[in-house]
Design a protein. Structure first.
Length: 562
């Protein structure tokens, strides 16, 4: 196979005394190497100046069809031992898979000889048939008539049932009132008359139900004939789509350093989801590594950055570096990076190992602590050291689950624990009912102009990039945060704020600060929604609870160290 070096890019201003990375980047948590930053800046200059293609990144005045993009740069060494880089974009760019200067896709769905285009024509034809059948006048009329009969019949039935209930009450009253006034024979005649009225009422109800349901059944039978044909075509489309998707997955074959191939189907078969998610294999990172392996380039380090306006759901900032996504890229990159010397996985490290827990208050029922940043609240997948584990050792006689609420590993501050099962249950109920008062201090990466405000952005988990959260107005859970400026540091371009959450969603404060529709400024040190730093400058400084036994309100304060 001939080697393609057309995407190898030389540095314009390579420093004389540069140093190469000792190990390849751990792609899911990193600070970009200096040469990757230089490569990104060189690519960004091209993006700003090029005129060969048009794509609306949302950086201009056009508000229509804005699509920001993830770009990636891979620092490489070629066969001549020259240092350079290659570039890639995720998905398509300017409606194209191939653009000069960027590595090609692992598999090109849009090539002229691709089976995808042929199969897509067939699926589009089925879509047209379905649309045509769904919109026929006969079908629409039957659906309308059926809905009308069900609505009217149901309403008449409901009204009649109400009338019959009233009739039954009146008959009961008449039986009771007449028993003492009538002779035995007269009373028996009355009972027979009332019984006949009861039978007649039941007959009326049955007749009404039978009448409207009979009409509905007849219309439904006519509609079912049309729906059967529609259902068969939809099933044909579903089967065709599934087969096409499987064929596509088989075409996406990824190499590792040893040039061992593995398809998307085989890669994801070893994961819990089994089936590759849509768009898997189209991200910049796997495209870059594939090109390097195929064309005998040695990968040295990688970095990916966002280019364009912030998306509506995710937190993505223009020109900011981000790690590879977990759901789509992690299984692929685990295969592709086999045999390479990778930077240590920080998720396997116990950042809180040497950090002590400060006891703020304790009695027989509760414990209030000041958790350091870097210590888990509960044991994680790879690290067991946590608040829970340490408190179990310190208080071996404590009963119940202990943990009432949690703070993110990176967040420091006040936590309350229940030392008895009963105390834990009562405290948990206070959190669930939002009876606990909490306040946080945070340092934002930027200077806020406003003094105070309220953020209400609903949140839901990012299925393909856990533990990140998304803003979603359709399926997200309500989340409300009140904020107020404490101080501004104009020298360092930072703002210290007070955050009062009225809900307790996962990463609520972090997303509300970083998202474009929130404060649009990430918290300093936020490695998920901002930039990696020594620590996240978010601290739970105030906590007010009702003591589970004494029923007295108790407030605690722990000042932030920043």
């Amino acid at each position: 196979m001939p080697v393609d070096t057309s995407c190898f890019t030389r540095f314009i201003n390579l420093p004389k005394n540069y140093s190469l990375p000792e190990r390849f980047t751990f792609p899911f948590y990193y600070q970009p190497h200096a040469l990757c930053v230089l490569a990104a800046e060189q690519l960004q200059q091209v993006l700003e100046e090029q005129k060969d293609w048009q794509h609306n990144f949302g950086l201009g005045d056009d508000p229509n069809n804005i699509i920001g993009k993830m770009f990636g740069v891979l620092l490489v060494k070629n066969e001549q031992q020259e240092i350079g880089f290659i570039s890639a974009f995720s998905g398509k760019l300017a409606e194209q898979n191939h653009l000069q200067g960027f590595v090609p896709p692992v598999f090109d769905l849009l090539s002229e000889d691709s089976f995808f285009l042929t199969e897509q024509v067939s699926i589009n034809q089925l879509n047209s048939q379905i649309k045509k059948l769904e919109s026929t006048a006969q079908r629409q009329s039957l659906i309308h008539q059926l809905a009308q009969i069900k609505e009217q019949g149901g309403k008449k039935e409901s009204n009649l049932r109400a009338e019959l209930i009233e009739n039954r009450k009146l008959r009961k009253q008449k039986r009771k009132a007449s028993q003492a006034e009538l002779t035995a024979d007269q009373y028996q005649v009355l009972l027979n008359t009332l019984a006949e009225q009861s039978v007649y009422d039941k007959w009326r109800l049955n007749q009404l139900i039978e009448n409207w349901q009979s009409k509905a059944t007849k219309l439904q039978a006519e509609l079912d004939v049309l729906e059967h044909e529609l259902k068969e075509i939809k099933q044909t489309r579903k089967n065709a789509s599934s087969q096409l998707q499987e064929s596509i997955f088989k075409q996406y074959v990824f190499l590792n350093r040893a040039l061992e191939p593995k398809s998307l189907l085989d890669i994801f078969a070893e994961t819990s989801v089994k089936t590759p998610p849509a768009g898997a294999g189209e991200c910049a990172a796997p495209k870059l590594l594939q090109y390097a392996f195929v064309n005998q380039l040695t990968p040295l380090a990688i970095a990916e950055f966002w280019w364009g306006a912030s998306p509506k759901s995710e937190v993505k900032k223009h020109k900011q570096f981000y790690p590879a996504c977990i759901g789509k890229c992690q299984p692929i990159l685990q295969h592709m990076l086999q045999g390479m010397k990778i930077e240590p996985n920080p998720f396997l490290q116990n950042k809180g190992a040497k950090l002590a827990i400060e006891i703020v208050y304790e009695d027989e029922d509760i414990l209030v602590i000041n958790k350091p940043s870097g210590l888990l609240s509960v044991p994680g997948k790879h690290v067991s050291d946590s608040v829970l584990q340490r408190i179990k050792l310190l208080y071996p006689k404590a009963s119940g689950p202990l943990i009432v609420h949690r703070l993110d590993m990176a967040t420091s501050g006040l936590m309350v624990l229940g030392l008895t099962a009963q105390a834990n249950k009562i405290l948990q109920k206070q959190f669930i009912n939002r009876e606990v008062e909490k306040q946080y201090v945070a340092m934002l990466d930027g200077v806020l102009e406003q003094e105070q405000g309220v953020i209400e952005l609903p949140l839901t988990g990012d299925f393909y990039d856990r533990p990140k959260q998304l803003v979603c107005f359709n399926e997200g859970k309500p989340a409300k945060t009140i904020w107020q400026v404490i101080d501004r540091d104009l020298t360092n371009q930072q703002t210290k704020i007070l955050l009062t959450p009225h809900t307790g969603r996962t990463h609520q404060l972090r997303v509300h600060c970083a998202h474009a529709q929130g404060l649009n400024m990430p918290i300093v040190g936020d490695d998920l929604y901002g930039k990696v730093s020594s620590r996240l400058l978010l601290h739970a400084q105030y906590l007010k609870i009702c003591h589970p036994v004494s029923k007295q309100f108790m407030a605690f304060n722990a000042d932030a160290s920043f």
